[in-house]
Write a protein that binds this ligand. Structure first.
Ligand SMILES: [Zn+2]
Length: 342
């Protein structure tokens, strides 16, 4: 068995605000991390809101970004598209640009210090006004490192009111990636495709509710950003062993593995090996899928794919062969923001 930490990976679904280190939260006087799974989505949201309220100064936003880069690099992540709810933070702190600028500074420092390449996707909660989605769009088009926008949050709120923003974003050359098929069913996925122009499905696990949709998503080659432990932690799936991941792969869908910010990425790969009996070739396939599904520049994609191949074809060394801990619920993620934030 090779060490998943040395497998080059792309991380495509992770909310920056959910990755604040527990030690950092404690240092800022924030709430302790819950011991196990959240009982309700609301409980989860409340916990995350308390941590979000701690993000008030440029120094704190910047620090969260630098620590995120350090933690991701330690997991063998080489390229990240990280979600950040920039417009909501800007409104909350009374300075529209500051949170995003501070985060971009921190990610640049993280790149220099840890060799990890980051791009940003700005997310917007469906529960919040369309007007703020326009602010999100405006922030996105002004910053080169921001490559796209998307809707997150409670999928019982329809996407349709946000369709004009999605049209504008597509016309401006931004990428679009929406949460869909997580808490809501097949209709939320159809809406994300037709009205939202989504290029991947954030979660998308409930595609399996509808055979016709499975065929459509497969034919479109639309990658799924699957976050198994997050689904368990938020009570959407009863246990990891019952997670639909193997069925999604068996259906011929393009599946990538992500954390949502709720655990660490290499730990998640190790957990899948433990629970589903995946071998190194499976893990390499999942890593390659993450690279292919990313919006990384072609040269970087080629380099990372070659790295995956090297990982798989080089015999594990003594120091490389040790199993990564797959303790629940993971190690590096701590209390942060809710998916979709506020
Ligand atoms: Zn999410």
């Amino acid at each position: 068995m090779r060490d998943p930490r040395s497998l080059p990976k792309a991380h495509l679904h992770v909310h920056l605000e959910s990755t604040v280190r527990p030690a950092t939260v404690r240092e800022w006087g924030g709430p302790a991390e819950p011991a196990g799974a959240f009982r309700t989505f609301r409980e989860f949201g409340d916990q995350r809101a308390k941590v979000r309220a701690l993000l008030i100064t440029p120094e704190r936003f910047r620090r969260v970004a630098v620590e995120f880069c350090a933690d991701e690099a330690a997991q063998g992540t080489r390229y990240v598209e990280v979600m950040f709810t920039a417009a909501a933070h800007g409104e909350r702190v009374g300075d529209p640009e500051m949170p995003l600028k501070a985060v971009l500074d921190g990610l640049a420092e993280g790149r220099d210090r840890y060799g990890i390449e980051c791009r940003v996707l700005l997310d917007h909660s469906r529960r919040r006004p369309v007007e703020r989605m326009w602010r999100t769009y405006e922030l996105a088009i002004r910053h080169e490192q921001v490559i796209g926008i998307g809707l997150a949050g409670d999928e019982s709120h329809p996407l349709a009111p946000f369709a004009p923003v999605c049209d504008a974003a597509r016309d401006a050359g931004l990428h679009l990636v929406h949460h869909a098929g997580e808490s809501a069913g097949a209709d939320s996925i159809r809406e994300a495709i037709t009205l939202g122009h989504t290029e991947r499905l954030g979660h998308g696990i409930r595609v399996l509710d509808d055979d016709a949709l499975v065929a459509e998503v497969r034919e479109l080659g639309l990658p799924l950003e699957v976050c198994p432990s997050s689904n368990v932690l938020l009570g959407l799936v009863p246990s990891l062993a019952e997670h639909p991941l193997p069925r999604l792969r068996a259906a011929g869908l393009t599946v990538t593995i992500n954390t949502d910010g709720e655990t660490a990425l290499a730990d998640e790969y190790a957990r899948l090996r433990d629970v589903f009996g995946y071998g190194d070739a499976d893990l390499a396939d999942l890593a390659t899928a993450s690279i292919d599904a990313s919006f990384a520049p072609p040269t970087l994609k080629a380099e990372l794919r070659a790295g995956v191949n090297t990982w798989l074809t080089t015999p594990p060394t003594g120091s490389d062969a040790g199993p990564v801990t797959s303790t629940w619920p993971g190690t590096s993620a701590g209390p942060g923001d809710s998916p979709g934030a506020s």
